[in-house]
Write a protein of this length. Sequence first.
Length: 122
Amino acid sequence: MSESETPQSQAANGVIPFPVAARPATVTFDRKELSELLNLYGRMVAAGEWRDYAIDFLKDQAQFSVYRRSSEVPLYRIVKDPALAKRQGAYSVVAATGLVLKRGAELSRVLRVLDRKLSVVG
């Protein structure tokens, strides 16, 4: 079978071309985004706030979930949804109750809602 054969001529020769289905592209975090997420995670682990995390790469969005204990529901989910990039911003921080705490186009600005400074209460 040569490259110059068309699907019609291949079918006439008894060869039925099999359509190659494109794998659905999954949404992922790039290296810079992962660096920002893991830097925040490291600071919160050092402060004793968080203890575990999970990363999910789905067909339409990517999620970084943080846990106080691994047996619980996530405290927060940082979601990247490219379909919302032009409207509300691709990034959002969602609380355990489902409440969207912050949404925006820049991950560093969205993560500020979680990176509150620790202070001594007197």
